[in-house]
Write a protein that binds this ligand. Sequence first.
Ligand SMILES: O=C(O)c1ccccc1N[C@@H]1O[C@H](COP(=O)(O)O)[C@@H](O)[C@H]1O
Length: 191
Amino acid sequence: MTLIKLCGNFRLQDIDYLNEVRPDLAGIILVPHKRRLVSLALAQKIRSQLDAKIPLVGVFLNQDADEILKYREIIQIVQLHGNESEREISKIQQAGLPVIKVMKPDHQYKTQAMCRMIDAGAGTGKTFDWENFQPLESLDFLAGGLTPDNLQQAISLLKPKVVDISSGTECNGIKNLEKMREVVRIARSNK
Ligand SMILES: O=C(O)c1ccccc1N[C@@H]1O[C@H](COP(=O)(O)O)[C@@H](O)[C@H]1O
C-alpha cells in the first residue's frame, strides 16, 4: 500500500478533516514568514486535537537544531526542506526526533537521515519530470505538485513508499475535505 502524508495544515478545522480522512502522517509548516506557518501555541493545539495515532511532522527550512528542538514535545518527525548539514541532522536525531531529508530530483545524495523525500519545490505545487527521474535508492517520499488528478500517474511511474501532498488538497489556499478524501482513497487503492 502507498502511504500518504497530508501537509500544510494550519487551521483547527484542517485537523477535523485529518481526523476524518486519516492519513498515515500529517504535517505543519514551522518556517517563519511562510503563508501556512503555525505558531508554537497553535502547533500545541493541533497536536492535542489530532488523533494520537497520526504522527505529526514539523517542516523546517534552514533553521538551526536548537530552534527545531523547541517543538520536540509537539512533533514526532522533523522534515528538513533546506540545505541542512549532516551535523544538524545528527544533532536532531540524537535528541530523539527522526528526520526526513528533502532533496531536489537533480541533487540526490546519501544521508544519515531516517529517509529521503524528493521534491522540486517547497509548498509551491511544482512537479518535476517524473518520466526521466532516476532515484538514487528506492524512493521513500515523493512530493511536489501532487493532486487528485496526477497522483495515480505519479504512483504508477515512481512507486514511492509515501506520497506527500499540500497545495493539491487546497481550494483557494484553504484545505478542501473532498480533495483530502480523494487523495487518501487513491493512495490506499494502490496495494
Ligand atoms: O508549504 C510551505 O509553505 C512550505 C514551506 C517551506 C518548505 C516546505 C513547504 N511545503 C512542503 O512542500 C511539500 C510539497 O508541497 P506541495 O504539495 O507541492 O504543495 C510538502 O511537504 C509541503 O508541506
